[in-house]
Design a protein around this ligand. Structure first.
Ligand SMILES: Nc1ncnc2c1ncn2[C@@H]1O[C@H](COP(=O)(O)OP(=O)(O)OP(=O)(O)O)[C@@H](O)[C@H]1O
Ligand code: SF4
Ligand SMILES: [Mg+2]
Length: 339
């Protein structure tokens, strides 16, 4: 994906099966939102996607689809929930009508049915007194209630793919759990695919079965959540896990002091609430990532070899073609340098 001469995403290859919940993690500025927006055909002006996006079962290629075709697909076959619910809601329209309009707009229900289904959906996402909520304007609802309305809108036409970009970051912890639960239940009931973007590894571990780790506009590691977070191979993933507050997922032997990640404490200390480790340095601005391995300037394991692009190494016997599970690192955690 390009912004003028600048390439922001590189060779982002992944697939999500029906009924599968896949997380997308990485530090701020890694390219997570751009990936989602490229799939949805919602890139800002000046940005251009290249490559292919196929929506399951339909065999249709979406990058080359017209805006008209995409606006039909959006909200119908695929839907997205953003971090800030107000951006998705019309402040001047009653909530029930907004939910109903997604159905009438896409022709999935006539006006009367849509209005009835809107109230049912609002009830289904756990809103108390859904008829009253339907008559409300967005500003009359709390942040958590608004995000549930957005989820109801996203699920209204039974999408094949739901993309959530930090959907609960703006909510407090108890409301967060409720919204996560309704998203998971919503996609499960529809056997839909979920792409879930978050910076919170604990949330990924709860919501997702598989995870993609993104850095510098590239997917650097992918695989089942338990393997990637429990036994990371890429040095960047290792750093993310060490910097997270994941209890039980992180293995003490995975990260040693002075290795790749600055770490002022051991696992014992962690239990005594010592400060978390951090990855040294900062995420460079777009276009300033090093050649070769994008993580090279922050990695303590970098060698001359890392000045070339690390190839994708499949993990175990998983499908290498679709990059379902593997990593791109010359000196992985389980490799010789750890021995
Ligand atoms: N329209 C644009 N033109 C140029 N660069 C852009 C544009 N949009 C995003 N970028 C850059 O692309 C990089 C990736 O942005 P993106 O929004 O995908 O990050 P992210 O992983 O979603 O981060 P966060 O966790 O902060 O949401 C950033 O460096 C960002 O500044
Ligand atoms: S390829 Fe090299 S620089 Fe990149 S993460 Fe692996 S060891 Fe570090
Ligand atoms: Mg983002």
């Amino acid at each position: 994906m390009h912004a003028g001469q600048l390439q922001l995403l590189h060779d982002v290859t992944f697939s999500i099966q029906r009924g599968e919940r896949v997380g997308l993690i990485g530090e701020s500025g890694s390219g997570k939102s751009l990936t989602a927006l490229a799939v949805m055909g919602l890139l800002a002006e000046g940005l251009e996607a290249s490559g292919r996006v196929h929506l399951a079962g339909q065999g249709r290629e979406l990058v080359s689809a017209s805006e008209g075709a995409m606006s039909h697909i959006r909200g119908n076959d695929m839907a997205m929930v953003f971090q800030e619910p107000m951006t998705a809601l019309n402040p001047t329209m009653r909530v029930g009508r907004q939910v109903a309009e997604v159905m009438t707009h896409h022709g999935t229900a006539d006006r009367r049915t849509a209005r009835r289904r809107a109230v049912e959906l609002l009830e289904h996402v756990g809103l108390p007194d859904p008829a009253a909520v339907a008559r409300s304007y967005p500003h009359q609802l709390s942040g958590g209630q608004r995000q549930r309305v957005v989820a109801a809108i996203a699920l209204a036409n039974d999408p094949l793919l739901l993309i959530c970009d930090e959907p609960t970051t703006a909510l407090d912890v108890t409301v967060q759990a409720l919204v996560l639960d309704l998203i998971v239940t919503g996609v499960e009931e529809r056997d839909a695919a979920l792409l879930f973007i978050t910076h919170d590894l604990a949330v990924v571990a709860t919501v997702c079965e598989r995870v993609l780790v993104m850095y510098g506009g590239r997917i650097v590691e992918a695989g089942p959540v338990t393997e990637v977070l429990g036994n990371p191979q890429h040095r960047y993933t290792q750093g993310l896990v060490a910097a997270s507050d994941l209890e039980g997922v992180r293995k003490g032997e995975g990260v040693r002091e002075g290795e790749g990640v600055r770490q002022g404490e051991g696992v014992q200390d962690r239990e005594a609430r010592a400060p978390l480790a951090t990855i040294r340095g900062n995420v460079p601005p777009a276009g300033r990532f090093p050649e070769g391995c994008v993580f090279r300037n922050r990695c303590d394991f970098a060698t001359a070899e890392c000045e070339t692009l690390p190839p994708w190494t499949p993990r175990g016997t998983h499908d290498a073609g679709e990059r379902a599970s593997g990593y791109a690192c010359f000196h992985p955690v389980g490799g010789e340098s750890d021995g």
